[in-house]
Design a protein around this ligand. Structure first.
Ligand code: LLP
Length: 429
């Protein structure tokens, strides 16, 4: 079988099937699964770099910063890869800031988002010298002002505006509607900017929004951008200069048959709109997460037990909702492919994990020819996979491997049992 005999897999061209064998950057996934054990996340460094380059190329010649939304995948080697490529980072916690610094990232290229930053996190970020705080409420302006004055610093701020635009995505990952907890309402933003400009511990440096995730249309971005630019014009007319415009992240990827715009197309359309409205020279920020790493990773899992039943056939694998919660949490559809095709009849299986919950499934009604001991790959698992993993059922979190050309790097060891309860204490009596 040639690679072109099958429709392109999400993750192509780095992910391909050659002679029945699923390969990432040419590495046979079955062999990696046997070598490092399962469950195992495997990432392609080249796929991550290429995804980042697509944004960079389209932004070439324009003042810009692409801030990787590291919540999607915060492995240090992933952060290091993007830091080396010149990325900034969108962070949402002090822990994420610590990771950026540990990976060799530059705090001066960090934007700090989040609706509930603690005072300690604010002070930590001020000390580190982050590029800006994406402030999400009027109350946060006052707290940040007080913390900044307490540290003898001036906090650079951007206001996250809620543009009240429907991103057309799953309700749990839609963030730019009036009913969402995020951002400052569009109608209150001018007053909030005036307030920010009046506080001695703050310096206004930008405006931002983020309307949701797994967005597959351009229109919501352009609507949100128009709403932001209306505000930029009103705020600047009030004498407050706004530096950058940050349009957030959210660009979708292909899990099954979605056809999201390419990053280059999104950027081109945003630039076009900026130009058309006379804002062409303004610095533009993006905060992509999923579109930089999602298709670059897979989760490998071994089939443990086949359990055909009267109404359902269960294919019980060694990965579970604790390793990859997206199906359980959002009913997300993620492709599942055998690492090595086998001859024989396919049956329809629910691919489920060993965790004691009926919601513990990775894929439903999948047609697969499988036997116990076979390895399966859940595709497009590079984003919000390991980053959302837990130890539920006292299951050690998976190991992570990054392939890069002919090299294979173990970038996170599998957890051991004793680590899972090392911080717990027995009572004395
Ligand atoms: N910026 C902000 C302020 C965000 O809240 C997010 C994601 C991003 C950027 C990056 O969005 P992306 O480019 O990755 O769509 N766990 C869910 C996704 C949650 C997204 C949360 N915010 C999932 O697995 O689908």
């Amino acid at each position: 079988m040639t690679p072109s005999a099958l429709p392109a897999l999400p993750g192509a061209p780095w992910l391909a099937r050659v002679d029945g064998e699923l390969r990432l950057e040419g590495h046979a996934l079955a062999a990696l699964g046997r070598r490092f054990g399962t469950p195992l996340f495997v990432y392609s460094r080249q796929a991550m770099r290429a995804a980042f380059d697509a944004y960079e190329q389209a932004l070439r010649g324009r003042p810009h910063l692409v801030c990787y939304a590291m919540k999607a995948n915060s492995n240090l080697a992933v952060l290091q890869t993007f830091a080396r490529a010149g990325a900034g980072f969108d962070i949402v916690s002090g822990g994420e800031l610590a990771r950026v610094l540990a990976a060799g990232g530059d705090a001066g290229r960090v934007v700090f988002s989040g609706v509930g930053k603690s005072r300690d996190e604010m002070a930590q970020a001020l000390q580190a010298g982050v590029r800006c705080f994406n402030v999400e409420s009027e109350a946060e302006l006052d707290t940040l002002n007080a913390v900044a004055l307490g540290c003898g610093r001036v906090a650079p701020v951007s206001l996250r505006v809620n543009p009240d635009v429907d991103a057309g995505t799953h309700p749990y990952i839609s963030t730019g509607l009036k009913g969402n907890k995020f951002g400052i309402a569009h109608g209150q933003a001018l007053a909030a900017y005036r307030h920010a400009a009046s506080l001695p511990g703050l310096r206004v440096v930008g405006i931002d929004c983020h309307i949701g995730s797994q967005i597959t249309q351009l229109a919501p971005y352009l609507d949100a951008l128009d709403r932001l630019l209306d505000l930029v014009e009103a705020v600047e007319a009030a004498g407050i200069a706004i530096g950058h415009v940050d349009v957030g992240g959210g660009l979708g990827i292909t899990y099954t048959d979605e056809q999201p715009p390419a990053a280059g197309e999104l950027v081109a359309r945003v630039l076009q709109r900026l130009d058309a409205r006379g804002h062409g020279g303004r610095e533009l920020l993006f905060e992509p997460g999923r579109s930089l790493v999602g298709n670059a990773g897979v989760l490998l899992t071994e089939v443990r037990v086949l359990k055909p039943g009267e109404t359902k056939n269960f294919c019980i694998v060694d990965a579970a909702m604790n390793d990859l919660v997206r199906p359980a949490m959002y009913e997300a559809w993620m492709a599942i492919e055998p690492c090595q095709l086998r001859a024989g009849e396919s049956s329809v299986w629910d691919v489920v994990g060993p965790v004691c919950e009926s919601g513990d499934w990775l894929g439903r009604d999948r047609s697969l020819a499988v036997q116990p001991g076979d390895l399966l790959a859940v595709l497009s698992a590079g984003a919000y996979g390991m980053a959302m993993a837990s130890n539920y059922n006292t299951r050690p979190r998976a190991a992570e491997v990054m392939v890069d050309g002919d090299r294979v790097h173990l970038v996170r060891e599998r957890e051991g049992y004793s680590e899972l309860f090392a911080r717990e204490r027995l009572l004395e009596s």
